[in-house]
Ligand binder design. Sequence first.
Ligand SMILES: Nc1ncnc2c1ncn2[C@@H]1O[C@H](COP(=O)(O)OP(=O)(O)OP(=O)(O)O)[C@@H](O)[C@H]1O
Length: 310
Amino acid sequence: MSDVLAVNAVHLTKTYGRLAAVDDVTVQVAQGEVYGVLGPNGAGKTTLLRMLFGLIRPDGGTLEVFGRSWRQHGVGSLSGVAGFIESPKFYPHLTGRRNLRLLAGLDGGDAADRVDQVLDVVGLTDRRHDKVRGYSFGMRQRLGVASALLRDPRLLVLDEPANGLDPAGIRDMRDLVRRLADTGLTVLLSSHDMAEVEQICDNVTIMKAGAVVHHGSIAALREQAPQQAHRITTTDDDRAADLARSRGLEVDPVETGLAVRGPQKDVDALVADIVDAGIALRGLTRDETPLEALFFMLTESAPAATGAHR
Ligand SMILES: Nc1ncnc2c1ncn2[C@@H]1O[C@H](COP(=O)(O)OP(=O)(O)OP(=O)(O)O)[C@@H](O)[C@H]1O
């Protein structure tokens, strides 16, 4: 695999009036990886992706895709890049296959020969003769990936590909992205869902209000995450809190009772302690995952960037 980065975006800035939609953002994506740009609404993810597609020009910083910059290579810098921003659009009264054939005609080259192959890759062969109007949202998203694959890209850029999908659609999209990555394709996707990014990405940049608040590998992020929290409600939360502390668990009072944080086995033992003490357990729920908790900590309070750029 070549050392040239698939994406080398350094100190990118894009402002709208006084708003820095993207503020000094560095994102470096190695060839063959699945990279996530994660952030809440308005963090600047789509603006970053638009710059990658050459749809808007950065006000500052440099951007290279497979070693080519817009300044030097113009539209040629985008060869090998395909994907979609927001949701892909198709003619609803035409079949999935017909839509792809139309797009292949616009793309030219050997795209037309690839229509059936890409439909197969995204799992739409059985539905290829159905009108897009009857497709589920998840099927339209996958048809969007198929339309990008017509161009035989080296870098697939997907803006919130799982947004609005039901759990089965999310699973299908996740499996599809991983399958594509296994073929050596580089994938850059945006998301506001840590659970999604955690399952499919190797590395991640987390953005908040235009700026990077963290970047690095998912594995490193896991090490920084707090322990799993549970919420418990009992008939005597004060005594339950004492029992939790004596097990070495972190305890915080919350509106519905107590939030306890610590290893699962200690939480399990606490439940037994509570019952043994004659206290009734009225509720026990698992909180967000540790990585989700870290994501909220970073995007709701972080003042500055953490982690070193590669
Ligand atoms: N063309 C534009 N003109 C003015 N402001 C814009 C423009 N495009 C984006 N913005 C602003 O820039 C900020 C970042 O927007 P962006 O769409 O990149 O965020 P995002 O992370 O993709 O959020 P979402 O998940 O809601 O799409 C927002 O405050 C948005 O209102």
